[in-house]
Ligand binder design. Structure first.
Ligand SMILES: [Zn+2]
Length: 76
């Protein structure tokens, strides 16, 4: 069984081409969600916050994984 992925804000969901994790809503969403729901939000800041959270989890030990090269809609 594959290890469970940790998804940071705006990470692309594995096995999909157009579904992302929204950390504001804790939901899996399509691209248009970010325009329709969060036009005025700072997504880069939210991504940084979730990556900090991930670093803490990793340091404490977790069964989940997040590749350093995880595809993310903010990184292109
Ligand atoms: Zn959202």
């Amino acid at each position: 069984m594959a290890a469970k992925r940790f998804y940071a804000h705006c990470d692309l969901i594995e096995g999909t081409a157009d579904v992302y994790y929204c950390s504001f809503c804790n939901k899996l969403v399509k691209e248009k969600h970010f325009q329709e729901e969060h036009l005025n939000k700072n997504h880069d800041r939210k991504l940084s916050a979730t990556l900090e959270e991930w670093k803490r989890k990793e340091a404490q030990g977790t069964a989940r994984v997040r590749p350093d090269s995880a595809p993310n809609r903010l990184k292109r």
